[in-house]
Design a protein around this ligand. Sequence first.
Ligand code: PRP
Length: 179
Amino acid sequence: MTEPSRIYLSREDIAGLVERLASEIGGNYRDRSLTLIGVLRGGFVFLADLVRQLQAPVRRVDFVRVESYGAKMVSTGRPQIVQGISRESIAGQDVLIVEDIVDTGATTAAVLRYLRRHGPASLGLCTLLDKPSRRQVDVSVDYVGMTIPDHFVVGYGLDFDERYRDLPDIWVIDPERED
Ligand code: PRP
């Protein structure tokens, strides 16, 4: 059975990261009106917390849904946008993508490519967690909550085979051993 084994970031740790990110973003977008684009499904909890802390005008919240992992612990590397946005929602707007984690970068690259086609005035990227050691596609992240080593993490929106998204803390799942 693949189970979370230990808490990696407590809910208090996460709240601290969210507060700092909201303050950084708020400072940079103070005089602009932000469109937030959450990346489903994993990003929904982080976005919900972030949007309530932001000290910047939020014009719109929208979502894209991307699929790539399935019931595996590694990405297939071929993310598909399975639910997009309407053109009007971001054309000419200051847009910030809100991700839970950037791992290989493939999902983020696909979302950036997709959103650029809709003509935003600016396009930024915020992620709660960043795993640069796993990067395969070069993406530039504007706001990072925390850089982490190559742990498989679940909770706070992050899943393993659709489970554990509901956990309020972020846990580590250690790889199964073949003894
Ligand atoms: C996770 C996570 C990111 C993506 C990052 O999503 O939410 O969107 O992986 O991985 P990458 O940088 O290697 O592309 P997942 O594909 O598991 O779908 P989910 O959001 O529905 O959980």
